[in-house]
Design a binder for this molecule. Structure first.
Ligand SMILES: [Cu+2]
Length: 427
């Protein structure tokens, strides 16, 4: 890493690595920087980051900064890949509120498999205002990536039937434990699964939601005792208070299983309280005000569905992704309302879940089927669940950059099968 006055400069390799995910077993992974999860990049609001990725794989790959407001040629468009042996420079201006982003592969048709096999990592932007809130920081600010996986008898990852993905990995480890002090922690949770919806549960521990995908909320929301549903790619930023637990006690974060039976509660991450610690952090009454919501001038309808006649084909407004086709032309600076619908309420396989992710900008959820947004829809969002047969209205402003960006289902096997559209920001 190098630093100049206004820029942090990194080099990272995209490479295969044999890693110990399960105890005593080497698993072949595809990685950023040789680890699973890849290295966390810590950026600061207003300070540029340049990353040059060299691809040591025998196949093309690329990098998408999920939730980042970045120039189009640094966005990891599926057709802008890094060929084997080549490298590519990505520019991240970090001109957006501080938040929890992640980066992952987005190469055409294979993003699901690449992410599944390990190409994902955190990218944290620290806001200029962040020190003011006295949130837990340093050793008490922990990014946690949660996802499922299937391993064969030899310990190798199987990218097959998602219902067989019966191992939950937390930062790349099954059922790990984390030693905590009896105090407040900031936990940044990411669902890094390619398909699975999580429903995370902290039981009776005091939990405050302080942020969502795109940054801090205007005020913390007391979500003690509520579940945290997270679609693949979604994040939630929490302050969790362990101070009521005695030293020596343990606490289990659980998930309500999606594929293994509705009533099964999976153990995700055990917290072992092993010490006390001073805690000057706070859950303040107020956090960062949300940006103004300018009036929208354009309305669009976007419908996600499958063509299940033969091999499933993912569709948006009836068409599979075509990199040579622009589906929505958007004036730079425009504010728009998109009504996004899940058209798969009743397929021959039953109702099918989708999610929605927009590149280039963060949006706000206005309503769901005319009703108020869900608790998880609060704040600035880039990824939301889209249950079968439902519609959600979101509002976004497309500022600063020109060029082609994507919107798609973030169940990555669905986007790999074509459930993606292309927008072009024009003057
Ligand atoms: Cu989908």
């Amino acid at each position: 890493m190098a630093r100049t006055d206004d820029t942090d400069v990194y080099r990272l390799d995209i490479l295969a690595a044999d890693l110990e995910l399960l105890p005593g077993v080497r698993t072949k992974c595809l990685t950023f920087g040789g680890s699973f999860v890849g290295p966390t990049i810590r950026a600061r609001e207003g300070r540029r980051v340049l990353v040059t990725y060299r691809n040591w794989l025998s196949e093309a790959a690329n990098v998408h900064l999920h939730g980042g407001h970045v120039p189009a040629d640094s966005d990891g468009h599926p057709m802008q890949v890094i060929d084997p042996g080549a490298e590519r420079l990505y520019e991240y201006p970090n001109k957006q509120p501080g938040t929890t982003l992640w980066y992952h592969d987005h190469s055409h048709h294979v993003e699901a498999e690449h992410v599944y096999r390990g190409m994902h990592a955190f990218y944290l932007i620290e806001g200029e205002d962040e020190h003011r809130y006295h949130l837990p920081c340093g050793d008490y600010d922990i990014p946690i990536a949660i996802r499922d996986a299937q391993f064969d008898a030899g310990g190798q990852l199987v990218h097959g039937d998602p219902r067989e993905r019966n191992v939950i990995l937390v930062n790349g480890r099954p059922k790990p434990y984390f030693r905590v002090a009896a105090r407040k922690y900031r936990l940044r949770l990411l669902n890094s699964s390619t398909l699975r919806f999580l429903k995370l549960n902290f039981g009776s521990l005091p939990v405050f939601q302080i942020g969502s995908d795109g940054g801090l909320l205007p005020a913390p929301a007391d979500r003690t005792g509520t579940e945290f549903p997270l679609a693949a790619g979604e994040r939630v930023d929490l302050v969790v208070d362990f101070s009521g637990l005695a030293v020596g006690s343990r606490f289990m974060l659980t998930n309500q299983g999606q594929f293994t039976g509705n009533d099964e509660i999976e153990q995700v991450l055990r917290f072992d309280v092993d010490r006390t610690a001073r805690d000057h952090s706070r859950v303040p009454d107020e956090l960062r005000p949300l940006p103004e919501l300018p009036p929208a001038t354009v309305n669009r309808e976007v419908k996600l569905s499958f063509d299940l006649t033969n091999q499933p084909i993912g569709l948006i407004n009836g068409k599979p992704f075509d990199p040579d086709r622009v589906d929505q032309r958007i004036q730079r600076g425009a504010t728009e309302i998109w009504t996004i619908t899940n058209g798969d309420a009743a397929t021959k396989y039953g109702p099918i879940q989708h999610s929605f992710h927009m590149h280039m900008t963060q949006f706000r959820v206005l309503d769901r089927d005319g009703r108020p947004p869900l608790p998880g829809d609060a704040g600035l969002k880039d990824t939301i669940p889209l249950p079968p047969g439902t519609s959600v209205r979101v509002q976004a402003t497309f500022a600063d950059y020109l060029g082609r960006y994507l919107y798609h289902c973030h169940m990555l096997e669905h986007s790999s099968a074509g459930m993606m559209g292309q927008m072009e920001i024009v003057d």
